[in-house]
Design a protein around this ligand. Structure first.
Ligand code: ADP
Ligand code: MG
Length: 189
């Protein structure tokens, strides 16, 4: 499809026993796509390697099966694309492009801090989608750190205000799945 997932992952392949901090019921509920029908936001938060992108792709797949248009975009690509379009006078066109799918998945917000200009562009997208389309955002940064991520606490607050209004937050704790597997197989101490 048009989703542009970075890899193939599904819920059946997710080892919930390895991540006891995740509420399976909550993830199953998200996989029904009800949050998409309601135009709500999902935040998948946690340190690197705990399965945020895996779950984002798996939920996105279920959404496609349910008939929703889904677009997956890394946060850095999204912001770079909006910034370029802004310079070229095509911002409106790109905002419309990213506002269109019923579910927009924005992956790895916070791995790099945004330029101040980027925070504004991101805010425009969030405003455009607010209460119209669902968003699923993965981030390695707690919501309290988003002011730093966006480089502008005022814009960050405005973004969070909209995103958290109708939202589902899944906070994953624990260590990286791959490191854990290596440790178990004796490859790491
Ligand atoms: P994150 O996005 O949180 O950094 P990923 O979703 O990319 O982590 O997970 C890293 C790798 O480990 C991926 O290949 C993913 O499929 C796998 N993985 C992570 N958690 C689990 C899990 N609980 N069960 C099965 N595979 C997992
Ligand atoms: Mg990831």
């Amino acid at each position: 499809g048009l989703a542009r997932f970075p890899f193939h992952r599904d819920l059946a392949g997710f080892d919930f026993a390895a991540q006891p901090s995740i509420d399976r019921g909550q993830v199953r509920d998200l996989a029904t796509g009800r949050f998409i029908a309601n135009g709500e936001a999902v935040l998948l938060l946690g340190p690197p390697g705990v399965g945020k992108t895996h779950l984002a792709v798996a939920i996105g797949r279920e959404a496609i099966v349910a008939g929703y248009k889904v677009l997956f975009v890394p946060a850095t690509t999204l912001v770079a694309t909006l910034a370029k379009a802004h310079i070229e006078g095509r911002l409106e066109e790109k905002l419309t492009h990213y506002a269109k799918p019923k579910l927009l998945i924005i992956d790895e917000l916070g791995y790099l801090p945004f330029e101040p200009d980027a925070a504004h562009l991101f805010f425009q997208l969030v405003s455009r989608r607010y209460e119209r389309g669902a968003m699923l955002v993965t981030s390695n940064r707690a919501v309290g750190e988003w002011g730093t991520v966006f480089g502008d606490p005022v814009v960050a607050t405005a973004i969070l205000d909209r995103m958290l209004h109708h939202s589902h937050v899944v906070t994953i704790r624990g260590e990286s799945y791959r490191l854990r597997e290596k440790r178990r197989s004796g490859l790491l101490q």
